[in-house]
Design a protein around this ligand. Structure first.
Ligand code: SAH
Length: 455
């Protein structure tokens, strides 16, 4: 095996022909069975490992193979971090045509790509679980099950514990499954569109200990509703919010439009650094709070603020990065396309008494050119786009605005590389890239990059 693909699959060569083998690691010699052949490459099933890699470990999760939520549990954590750094460096070189230096050869010309910052304890890191509910057997035999869809299907497999999920969320899901089953509440059936309980969403504030339970239901009137709420309160000590979200559409989308509070508050609070956030049932909030703080501190560090700067935060979500920056800047302008997120961002600014930040709803590539027309001249622009990267029109506007620094937070190294190329061609130099492991045991990697104007 010669490498590891984007999805964590082993890449092997047989007489110059490429085979993708799920579960195989670079450096290994394996026996496989070819299952699918194309002209240039094929897919094969791993049968035996003849010479294992030194990076191979036993995946601790008993359902690792069926679930598909994690892709790298069979690789040591150290090796995962090294692979993530290499993936970023390879993308910068291949797609961005950028020279990469370091670690260890900082003397070389090129972008310094640092070693990935990992977690001290890379397990149980998620603060949110969203779990589909089903039946163990026909007519409530076997009660309710809650877990994940078997790979490539919509068959629900029951799960007692998820090793990347905070224990508290596992407890909530188990409790709801048990008490709703005892009350005879039926799970929703995707094919018939009947049954009540679709999903359970559990959220946990790592720094406050607050717990939210959201029941996503196919209709408003849950049978035995008050009993259910009472039993959840008993089974989940410390719960602060129990909500219901109604979704009657036959769709894969989890949440519907209407959220009701069944008991307690409509939000839970959590903190990142010194900043407090109110999180409602449907709000976007980073799922790994420990590494989020690491990432945001890096972004703040790269922005090198003195208190005098005007800063733009593009793709600001609920204003997390904006509020972080605002403590050290003169003014921060945040823009985000989802109106509800901007409502949350404004509420979060007020909650923290932060007044030097303004939020606007709209596409970054439309709103920021309008700000330019109004004479807003940023010293620093931070972008944190979705996987598809920045819109070209936004990159052009950045080049016209000529901020001293650009901080690019990215969840996709390939679009990052493409966008860095465009900024480099327009007069910026990429100084350093810091990969941060927000999603241990999966193939995802987040990066924070610093660009400075060349002149
Ligand atoms: N910076 C935030 C959110 C980043 S996720 C945080 O760290 O929490 C990317 C965000 O970009 C999402 O909230 C998404 O709704 C938003 N988005 C997607 N396309 C956009 C566009 N064209 N203009 C502005 N925001 C956009």
């Amino acid at each position: 095996m010669v490498g590891l693909g984007h999805d964590g699959e082993g890449v092997g060569r047989v007489n110059g022909f490429t085979l993708f083998v799920q579960g195989a690691l670079p450096g290994e010699k394996v026996r496989v069975k070819v299952v699918k052949l194309k002209k240039q490459y094929g897919y094969a099933k791993l049968l035996d490992i003849l010479e294992p890699s030194a990076d191979r470990v036993d995946a601790p999760c008993p359902i690792y193979k069926q679930c598909g939520g994690c892709q790298l549990q069979h690789m040591s954590y150290e090796a995962q971090l090294r692979w993530k750094r290499q993936l970023v460096a390879d993308n910068l070189e291949r797609i961005g045509k950028l020279a990469v230096a370091g670690p260890g050869d900082a003397a070389r010309e090129g972008i310094l790509v640092h070693p990935t910052i990992g977690m001290d304890d890379p397990w149980r890191y998620r603060n949110k679980a969203q779990v589909p509910i089903g039946h163990g057997g026909p007519d409530m035999e076997g009660g309710l099950i809650a877990g994940f869809y078997a790979q490539g299907s919509h068959r629900i497999i029951d799960m007692e514990a998820c090793l990347i999920q905070h224990e508290q969320n596992d407890d909530v899901v188990r409790a709801v499954k048990r008490v709703a089953g005892e009350l005879g509440i039926r799970a929703y059936n995707e094919e018939t569109g009947r049954g009540m309980l679709r999903h359970v969403v559990a959220r946990y504030g790592f720094n406050t200990g607050e717990i939210m339970v959201v029941l996503i239901t196919n209709g408003e009137s849950i049978p035995h509703r008050d009993e259910l709420v009472g039993l959840i309160r008993e089974a989940v000590p410390g719960v602060t919010s129990i909500c219901q979200n109604v979704n009657t559409q036959q769709t894969n989308v989890i949440f519907g439009d209407r959220t009701l509070v069944l008991w307690g508050r409509d939000v839970i609070y959590d903190t990142i650094g010194d900043i407090r956030f109110a999180i409602s049932a449907r709000s976007f909030y980073q799922v790994n709070p420990v590494q989020t703080e690491v990432l945001y501190r890096k972004a703040l560090d790269f922005a090198a603020l003195t208190g005098e700067e005007v800063v733009i935060d593009a793709y600001c979500g609920i204003g997390t990065i904006s509020l972080f920056l605002a403590q050290r800047a003169r003014n921060v302008y945040g823009v985000e396309i989802v109106g509800e997120a901007i409502d949350d961002a404004r509420a979060n600014a007020a909650l923290n008494g932060i007044r030097n930040v303004q939020f606007e709803t709209g596409a970054a590539e439309v709103v920021i050119p309008a700000w330019r027309q109004q004479g807003i001249a940023p010293d620093v622009i931070v972008v944190d786009p979705p996987r598809k990267g920045c819109d070209a029109a936004l990159l052009e506007t950045i080049l016209e605005m000529r901020p001293e620094r650009v901080v690019y937070v990215s969840c996709n190294p390939s679009t990052l590389a493409r966008d860095l190329r465009m900024l480099e061609d327009g007069g910026y130099r990429t100084v350093e890239v810091q990969p941060v492991d927000m999603f241990p045991h999966t193939t995802h990697v987040e990066c924070c990059s610093l660009l400075v104007r060349k002149d």
